[in-house]
Design a protein around this ligand. Structure first.
Ligand code: SAH
Length: 465
């Protein structure tokens, strides 16, 4: 990944003094996971640009388990970290531009204290939440923002856009502010960090956010994401941040983890659904359970409370979600006996995977509607043909019930990531077809309040061999 910073006020080569990096001398710095190279692609009186290139060694990453899920597996070797602007870049910035970030300059102190015409370009910045959020974060800081997006694959436009962007910002700012803005906002946009986020992270946020974070309209979002949505850290940081500034209004509250089924949550449907799953699992005497698309681990934490469940495995396609599950389950602090019963790994239910085999039961709760409909066939094979547990529990929203959600317009789905929602007839036809193809029996349960005409909010199929 490349970060460039351009200064356009003659003599522009003063940038070298401000950054303590001589324009005529390329330099390389050794970091714990690779190298940072500094050089100046242009250095004239009118325009001077410094480039910071980070060369991360993917093998080092995997060996040191830095930035890895800690569970091993393919993720350690196949991930975007060597190629994108991430917390590795922030760490490199503080290492290489540390003095400039603190606002000090031996040779040009007056320039260091002044707002200067500066531009920065961050290449391949992963951004959760789409392009709009980049504007929301940089524009209130006074930048003109230009964003270049990419297709996931130009040959397959139907796959849509990628989450990577090249971001250019331009404004009249102090160099130290520019550097600190970028330092903080890169991991905020990326939402990942390659190291454990603990209390010292609050100090870093407040130090690099000094003078600007308190006035930023998105300070809740920034604080929430920077501290990886750890509630206790966020609350502490927020308290310290606003200590001097008096009252906070509601809107400033930190951004808390979003709940996928916000619409349903009010009805406490989630608990009813998971309660039913546990009851069914007990009724078939399942000891070894795999929860595919486990999300933040709600079901896992319920199963863990019951000693009957000897082996509980959670799988999710999302690395972020698994990290949150680990946090929520407090995996690192569980007593050995409990810890041994849980296993979490990253995987997808549309790819055949040996690790899905050997369980008495598989649960796929509120997941299939997140798959593109044309991937369902692959999912069916992976689970019912190859993994083939004795019992499979699948749940999904019942579309007919959506008329009860007053905030949904006709045709809306309950969550923006749902690719489809089915009526009872559609679900039952699909499930009966699957059961027939793979030799299972299936029965159906309704979960939540039952409406005579429209059925219940959640529908569940219980498949048994
Ligand atoms: N089962 C959980 C979470 C439901 S949200 C619960 O009931 O609370 C849907 C989850 O499915 C998300 O965490 C999402 O990351 C995951 N998911 C989506 N596609 C997936 C796939 N192909 N393989 C595995 N998990 C997937």
């Amino acid at each position: 990944m490349i970060l460039t910073i351009t200064y356009t006020q003659p003599p522009a080569t003063d940038l070298g003094y401000l950054l303590y990096k001589n324009p005529s001398r390329p330099q390389t710095f050794e970091l714990s996971h690779g190298k940072a190279h500094i050089f100046y692609p242009e250095a004239t009186k009118e325009r001077c640009t410094v480039a910071l290139i980070l060369d991360i060694d993917p093998i080092d990453l995997a060996r040191g388990k830095k930035g890895s899920s800690g569970e091993g597996g393919l993720f350690d070797y196949v991930n975007d970290r060597p190629y994108v602007a991430s917390s590795f870049l922030s760490v490199a910035m503080s290492r290489v531009f540390g003095t400039a970030m603190s606002g000090k300059s031996k040779d040009r102190p007056e320039l260091a204290a002044m707002e200067l015409p500066l531009q920065a370009k961050i290449t391949m910045l992963p951004c959760k939440g789409g392009e709009e959020i980049i504007h929301r974060l940089f524009e209130p800081l006074g930048y003109k923002v230009a964003v270049e997006g990419y297709m996931l694959d130009e040959k397959f436009p139907e796959w849509g856009k990628s989450k990577y962007y090249t971001v250019s910002i331009e404004g009249k700012v102090k160099l130290r502010d520019l550097l600190n803005h970028i330092y903080v906002l890169i991991p905020v946009l990326d939402t990942e960090k390659h190291y454990w986020v603990g209390e010292d992270e609050i100090d870093k946020l407040l130090q690099h956010g000094e003078g600007w974070l308190i006035n930023h309209p998105e300070k809740g979002l920034i604080t929430g994401r920077y501290l990886k949505r750890k509630k206790s850290l966020i609350n502490q940081a927020f308290k310290r941040l606003v200590e001097d500034s008096g009252v906070i209004d509601e809107e400033d509250e930190p951004d808390q983890p979003s709940q996928p089924q916000e619409t349903e949550k009010k009805l406490n449907l989630n608990q009813q659904r998971l309660g039913t799953v546990v009851a069914v699992l007990k009724s078939v005497n399942a000891k070894r359970v795999i929860d595919i698309g486990c999300g933040e681990g709600n079901l896992i934490s319920l199963l863990l409370k019951d000693k009957e469940f000897e082996q509980i495995t959670g799988v999710d396609v999302s690395y972020n979600v698994l990290e949150r599950a680990k946090d929520r389950l407090k995996i690192d602090r569980l007593p050995e006996m409990k810890r041994k019963r849980i296993n979490l790994f990253q995987g997808s239910l549309v790819y055949r995977d040996k690790r899905f085999s050997g369980y008495d039961a598989a649960t796929v709760i509120e997941v299939i509607e997140h798959l593109d409909e044309n991937r369902l066939k692959a999912f069916e094979k992976v689970l019912f043909k190859f993994a083939r547990p004795q019992t499979v529990i699948v749940s999904t929203p019942n579309k007919e019930y959506n008329t009860h959600y007053s905030n949904l317009l006709e045709g809306d789905v309950r969550h923006r990531d749902h690719r489809f929602e089915w009526t009872r007839k559609e679900f039952e036809t699909w499930a009966a077809g699957v059961a027939e193809s793979y030799g299972y029996n299936v029965r159906f349960l309704q979960i939540g309040e039952i409406d005579d005409e429209f059925g219940s909010p959640t529908q569940m199929g219980v498949f048994t061999l």
